[in-house]
Ligand binder design. Structure first.
Ligand code: PEP
Length: 266
């Protein structure tokens, strides 16, 4: 269970970017540049090969290591895949599951994503489950149905005792890495309420209220505070802007300010 102060979470998804040297430099700059590390939870998710390099840079800091994907088996003949056990062995605490690029570019189904969620949680990882509708689905008024399906199938069979290790990221597909279409903070707010309502029906109001829910989709220094200031948005998942230390640190700073504002209010 969390304390009363809800610290903001800032998660960096580097996707398939950086060289080993860049990964090292970027993580070093981030660790050294966070103004108030105990007022925010920061997670860096580099590409698989750079997990050990980034993990070395994060050791002894309050910045956590995360992975962008996982295979839902402990070990075996699964060429090219990476197990939860391997991620834990490299000191990963978090794993992103069901990112829209894996759903839409790599064809991952809700049921396969569900296997990952259940297996990763059972193995002891903290899972960030990504959900979100495409532009076409939003325009056809299907947002609620899509989120309903992604959440109910994605979380099927998740045991109550592991819920404290689960978080959900709402990432409208049309707003990810998109200069043309941006979700407004109000749209993000409204959809977050919808997600919490669904979660409340599925896991009960108490857990739904406790769960960390992120927003992701072209968050940058100029709009981070507006998203982080919305009721129900506990953090942000950052793609493009997480690859530049100064931009990412500015977003982390927005998270610190929001956490501090929350501390003033309580
Ligand atoms: C993402 O990859 O999850 C993401 C939100 O990317 P971007 O910030 O670039 O839109």
């Amino acid at each position: 269970m969390k304390t009363e102060i809800r610290q903001k979470f800032i998660v960096a998804n580097w996707k398939m970017h950086t060289t080993s040297f860049e990964a090292q430099q970027l993580s070093k700059s981030i660790v050294e540049g966070i103004a108030a590390p105990d007022h925010v939870t920061v997670v860096l998710c580099p590409p698989f090969p750079y997990l050990p390099i980034v993990g070395d840079m994060l050791r002894g800091s309050r910045v956590a290591l995360g992975a962008q994907n996982v295979y839902p088996e402990a070990e075996g003949a699964f060429t090219g895949e990476v197990s939860p056990t391997m991620l834990l062995d490299l000191d990963c605490k978090y794993v992103i599951v069901g990112h829209s690029e894996r759903r839409h570019k790599l064809g991952e189904s809700d049921s396969f994503i569900n296997r990952k969620v259940v297996c990763a949680l059972a193995s002891g990882l903290d899972v960030i489950l990504c959900v979100g509708e495409t532009l076409e689905q939003r325009q056809k008024g299907q947002t609620e149905a899509v989120l309903d399906r992604q959440l109910s199938t994605g979380l099927a069979g998740v045991r109550p005792e592991v819920l404290s290790h689960l978080s959900v990221a709402y990432e409208p597909v049309w707003a990810i890495g998109n200069d043309e279409h941006h979700a407004t903070p109000q749209q993000a707010h409204d959809t977050h309420l919808l997600i919490r309502e669904k979660l409340s029906q599925m896991i009960g109001a108490t857990w739904s209220g406790e769960l960390t829910v992120y927003y992701g989709g072209s968050v940058e220094p100029g709009n981070a505070a507006a998203f982080l200031g919305q009721e129900g948005i506990d953090g942000v998942l950052i793609g493009g802007a997480s690859l530049k230390a100064d931009e990412f640190l500015a977003i982390v700073n927005a998270g610190i300010l929001e956490t501090e504002a929350e501390m003033q209010r309580t």
